[in-house]
Structures are given as C-alpha cells and as structure tokens.
Design a binder for this molecule. Sequence first.
Ligand code: GTP
Ligand code: MG
Length: 322
Amino acid sequence: MSAETVTELKMEKITMQDLPGVGAATAEKLEAAGYRDLMAIAVATLGELIETTGMSEAVARKMINAARDSMKMGFETGTDVLKKRQNVSKISTSSQNFDTLMGGGFETGAITECFGEFGCGKTQIGHILAVNTLKEDPDAVAVYIDTENTFRPERIIQLANGAGIDPDNVLNRIMVARAYNSDHQMLLTEKIETLMSEQKKKVRLVVVDSLTSHFRAEFIGRGTLAERQQKLNRHMHMLSKIANTNNICVYVTNQVMAKPDQFFGDPTVAIGGHVVAHASTFRIYLRKGKKGTRVAKLIDAPNLADGESCFEIQEGGLRDVN
Ligand code: GTP
Ligand code: MG
C-alpha cells in the first residue's frame, strides 16, 4: 500500500468528534448550527464558530486547523478540475437562442444572476428552470426561495404542459419557501443542506427570487450600507458553497436602480454592487425588447463570449425570436 493510500484511509476515519476540543455537547451544538462535516468546519471562520459554540478563540483555531489538515484542501491539477467540470450539466431555458448564449443552458455548480427592471422575465426564468431541471432529472428536486410572493404553481402547470412533463410530478418536486426577511432568507438557505443530508433530497436547482429585495428594504440610508453589504456577502458565500460542493445550479434574481449620474449609455445598475457581481459566476442583464420580446445580455461569464439573445415569454415556455 502506498503512503498516499494510507493517509487517505486515515482521513476517512476522522469525524467531527475526533477534532481537538470537540466533545459530544459541542458536536451537537455544531450540528444544530448546520456544521455537519469536516468540510464545514474547515471553511468556517473563527468568529462563526465562537458565536455558535461559545468556545474560546484558541480552541476554535485549533479545530479549524485540524479540520483543514485532515482534508485534502488546497490545490488540485487542471486535469482534476476538468474531470470535475465533466459533472457540470446545463439546464435549458427552453429558448434555443438563450441556451446557446449560455453555452448550452444554466450551469450547475455555479451562481447565475439575472438583473433587470420589473416585468422583464426574471421570475419567469426561475419557473422554467425549475420545470426543465425536473424534466431532465427524474430524481431531482428544485428549491424555490420566494421573497416577493411571486411563485405561482399555476404557472408551473402551464410550463410543465409546454415541456411535455406531468405537472403534478413537477409540483411535487418543487420545495417552495416564502422568506419573510433577510435573516429568514439566509436561514432557509442553510436549511437546504439539511434537506440534502437528512431528507436525502437530490437538490439540483436553487432559485432565490429575489436575492436583494429584503436587503434593500431593510437597510435604508447611507449609514447602513456597509452592514448590508457584509450580510449580503455572507449570503452569497453560502450560496456559492452550496453550488460548488453539491453541483447545484443556483439562480438568483436582482433588481436594478437608476443611476442618476450616468449621462451616456444605459442608466440602470444592479442592486448589491460588487458583492453580488463578484459572487455570481454568470451575470445576465435582461430587458424588454420590441413587440413584447425580451433581450438577455450576457455580461460576465468565465468561459463564454459576451453577447445577446432575443426570446419571447409564451404560455408554454421561453421561445426564440429571430
Ligand atoms: P419583477 O419581479 O417585478 O422585478 O419582474 P420580473 O422580472 O420577475 O418579471 P416576471 O418574470 O414576473 O415577468 C412578467 C411578465 O412575463 C409579464 O408581464 C408577461 O409579459 C410575461 N408572462 C408571464 N406569464 C405569461 C404567460 O403565461 N404567457 C405570456 N405570453 N407571457 C407571460
Ligand atoms: Mg419577479
């Protein structure tokens, strides 16, 4: 047996309770706070652990280090990354133009953000992604975190009929939660991990519609901006972790505001600033086009050319416009 296999075997045997300073009580506290495996501890911050368990800084530091040491963390080869990317699947928008723009559809393992004015189709895209995710994978479930009370099962039925899949079957596999404020929204996001670990749900898609409305409403005025951004940043990190570690497609919608000091070009900017922009893997600016059409503009993507596509929202789904 090579040295590497020996360490690998040893690594598998380490559990939460083998970490220094973690007894049964602490393990329970950690579990209750959503830290269910070594990876969660390894990527946690000192402050987080101290807050949830009441442990001293020294113990928390030791624990994080031990968790990090016990895992294969850090660098991997380009070949490993390529292998992982082979697990990435693309969820169709049901418009061929839009899919092509996105390199085949909305990617799993990433966050895709759509921003644009009211009525441009952000929520419709969330609905169609849910239907198509569940059509493509009969074992999957979709999670829909609804902050504006705009999730409509009736709309899902229409879209499922349009996609040629049994509407009842689809509705049964969409887990909807209404978020009443930003804390609630963040808590629901954490619960997604419970859904997977305890209820053994195979979550393939997470929709957060809208990502920013509560944050925008709760933090008003210049003085609260930094606080809002920090909280939003934590939320984005959580979503990004969920996407990456479980190969889930995370779709978030975002509103825009008018930028009063912009004289040339489009005067709208997305809410959430750099925090949301940086955490999103793909960013799409959606706007209303001529004769009821919609234009999606890809403005940020790691491996795709920027570009535009035009589609229509129809009863059965999104359809191409030429
Ligand atoms: P806000 O949440 O208000 O910011 O807007 P949004 O970007 O989420 O817009 P949404 O996705 O709710 O789009 C609403 C628009 O979709 C409507 O104004 C209609 O134009 C279109 N739409 C919704 N349902 C249907 C439908 O069944 N048939 C057709 N043809 N269009 C629909
Ligand atoms: Mg909406």
